[in-house]
Design a protein around this ligand. Structure first.
Ligand SMILES: Cc1cc2nc3c(=O)[nH]c(=O)nc-3n(C[C@H](O)[C@H](O)[C@H](O)COP(=O)(O)OP(=O)(O)OC[C@H]3O[C@@H](n4cnc5c(N)ncnc54)[C@H](O)[C@@H]3O)c2cc1C
Length: 455
């Protein structure tokens, strides 16, 4: 009996696919020998139990919007990719208690919309909400502009249901808002990028929606002046809902439709949630600051990444984060790294969190261009470590940034990281090649025509 036939007995023959190309927003891709679409947590459990019994590697697949190649199959054959798209039910919704329980395949936009229609807010706002799933948001512990005030995805989760090795359905927390009875295994699964288990549902916290959202925006002639304005905003005694920046080259590639940015070398966007906050932020950002329509600002901001990708056909967009006092240096040195590697570079990001999307644009059909982009990324990771920061503030490590933690964390800390992986996934079957703290050399599965996975 073939593996596909055995899986068909669990999820139904029409929900088993063979040789499926899996790719995400990073541009990396490879073929999965088998992809299944279970309909329930119980079918996920039976799939994992089946895989664990036979030594089959398991790759969880969410909305495929990740930026680090986390869903790209690699390194093991046999392998089964497990898509969560059919786990798309809202299990319970209690608007008056500010809480909702959803299955992993529910999209981010669905939760945001349900909250909004009930006067509530689900603050995590990673930039591809119609595509990304709650399971993927939690597996990457996603952030977004409003993480500055409201925190990343994990802040909004009181419980997780997940399938762990060797095929058990377990609950970590639930609807209870406080729970310190055990180790924080809920927190451990969040951000684990599918390497410790498969999240099947989550209990999420919501909050009353702020009465208003007012972007306060100002442009500056230099990076230094813009970074100084950010520090003034932080000193203003207001907690802006977001503090974003865009370095001048981004504004040339993706000009904002609501202001003339032709002379601007650095743009700061803060968001106020009351008139008093607006006035304080207008004051902090200086005489050029103005308010704009929130919908227009965030619609444009949400499209920046894709426009920049189109400039040369592809981009390597990283998500390093640095301590706030090193922000200006990280932005300047991103441009230097681009110049040193003969690549057009630019950056934008979540300034308040010191989280910058350093971006190198390249032609995907030009092998030397791509090699220089990979070299630039290595320089960038070294820079993040030099500045006391991290190689990933929000996209996760996936395949792109694996092997980089060893320089960032001490040997003892990396050892603890590996001990946890071994304890929860003793056979190493969950998402092999993803989030590896040390450099590994792994063979691709599939037809080997993957785009640019460095070993
Ligand atoms: C235009 C754009 C803007 C973005 N902006 C932001 C941003 O502002 N902030 C930010 O943090 N991110 C951002 N992202 C990337 C972000 O990580 C994803 O959008 C999102 O969180 C990933 O969700 P997904 O469902 O698409 O996951 P996928 O890409 O499908 O998977 C991501 C990882 O999670 C694992 N995974 C997925 N589902 C599960 C599950 N149920 N259980 C266990 N593991 C699972 C996968 O194996 C993989 O390792 C952006 C992406 C795009 C395309």
């Amino acid at each position: 009996v073939s593996l596909a036939t055995e899986l068909a007995a669990i999820v139904g023959a029409e929900h088993v696919e063979a040789d499926v190309w899996l790719t995400d927003a990073s541009g990396l891709g490879a073929s999965a020998p088998l992809l299944v679409h279970p309909a329930s947590a119980e079918e996920v459990r039976r799939t994992v139990a089946w895989a664990y019994e036979r030594g089959v590697a398991i790759v969880p697949v969410g909305g495929r919007s990740g930026y680090s190649g986390g869903i790209v199959p690699e390194g093991r054959d046999p392998l089964v990719a497990v898509a969560l798209d059919r786990l798309n039910r809202v299990r319970s919704f209690d608007p008056l208690l500010w809480r909702i329980e959803v299955e992993a395949g529910v999209t981010t936009a669905t939760v945001q919309r349900l909250a909004r229609e009930n006067g509530l807010l689900f603050p995590p706002d990673p930039g591809a909400p119609e595509q990304s799933q709650i399971g993927g948001n939690l597996a990457t512990n996603a952030g977004g502009p409003h993480a500055f005030k409201y925190g990343v995805a994990s802040h909004w989760v009181t419980g997780i249901e997940a399938v762990i090795a060797p095929g058990e359905l377990a609950r970590f927390g639930g609807p209870t808002r406080k729970d310190v009875a055990g180790y924080d295994l809920r927190g451990l699964l969040i951000g684990s990028e599918g390497t410790l288990g498969i999240i099947t549902s989550a209990w999420l916290r919501l909050m009353p929606a702020p009465a208003t959202a007012i972007p306060v925006i100002a442009g500056y002639p230099t990076i230094a002046a813009g970074v100084q304005a950010i520090e003034q905003a932080l000193a203003s005694n207001v907690v802006p809902a977001a503090i974003e920046y865009l370095q001048g080259d981004v504004l040339q590639h993706a000009p904002p439709p609501f202001l003339d940015a032709s002379e601007i070398r650095f743009l700061v966007i803060c968001e106020a949630e009351s008139e008093a906050e607006r006035d304080a932020l207008l004051d902090a950002l200086g005489p050029g600051a103005r308010t704009y329509d929130a919908t227009a600002v965030w619609r444009w901001r949400g499209g920046v990444s894709l426009v920049v990708r189109g400039v040369k056909g592809e981009k390597l967009a990283e998500d390093i984060a640095v301590p706030l006092d090193r922000l200006g240096e990280a932005i300047e040195r991103t441009l230097e790294i681009g110049a040193r590697n003969s690549l057009d570079a630019c950056s934008w990001g979540h300034a308040g969190d010191g989280n910058i999307h350093s971006t190198f644009m390249f032609d995907p059909d030009d092998a030397s261009d791509r090699a220089r982009a990979d070299a630039a990324a290595e320089d960038l990771f070294a820079l993040a470590r030099d500045l006391g920061g991290t190689v990933s503030g929000e996209h996760g490590v996936g395949k792109l940034k694996r092997g980089q933690l060893i320089g960032q964390w001490s040997e003892a800390a990396v050892g603890a990281h590996e001990a946890i992986k071994h304890a929860l996934d003793p056979e190493g079957l969950f998402n092999p090649g993803t989030k590896d703290p040390r450099p590994v050399t792994a063979a691709l599965v599939g037809d080997g025509s993957s785009t640019g996975i460095a070993s």
